[in-house]
Design a protein around this ligand. Sequence first.
Ligand code: SF4
Ligand code: SF4
Length: 173
Amino acid sequence: MKVVKLPKIDGDPVEEVSKFGGEGIKKCIQCGACMSVCPVAMAGFNYPNKKLFKLIILGQRREILYDPSPWACVACGRCIEVCTRDVNPFSVYFAFRRIQTREFSVPSVAEEALRNLYETGYAVTGNANIRKELGLPEVKFALNNGEALKEIRCIIESTEIMQLGILPRREMF
Ligand code: SF4
Ligand code: SF4
């Protein structure tokens, strides 16, 4: 059998993803089971797990580096359940997100979630104005002024995420 080796134009993304916690990608056989259950695929994003893995395997890093699909992962774990190759597709997806973060490729929706988390302790806070318009009660954030929020900020501040410059460092209470 003749094996055709495609040129990897951006180094070796498989090794890069492996270094960031997605070493399972080396076992992927592109069966598509993970994609058949993935909410990212159902929502119509361009690169749900299996499709993203394909381009990583083919060395097409540049094609996907600025794609927001990995950020739509809701960490449901369905892909882990169905993968018969023990790839842990969720971990591969997150490994790629780490690479995107390192390259400053963070979509605005993820920035917003990060800011919310830093300010309130909750990634999703809802829209106060829309709630008001709909006559819904104001949401009170239980973590405000609490020890838990202090810990969350300490954890975030100890990571390289601060280097992105999207979070204002806050003095705690
Ligand atoms: S289910 Fe597993 S082997 Fe199949 S495409 Fe997804 S990650 Fe690859
Ligand atoms: S954990 Fe993420 S990648 Fe896996 S099925 Fe759920 S949304 Fe898709």
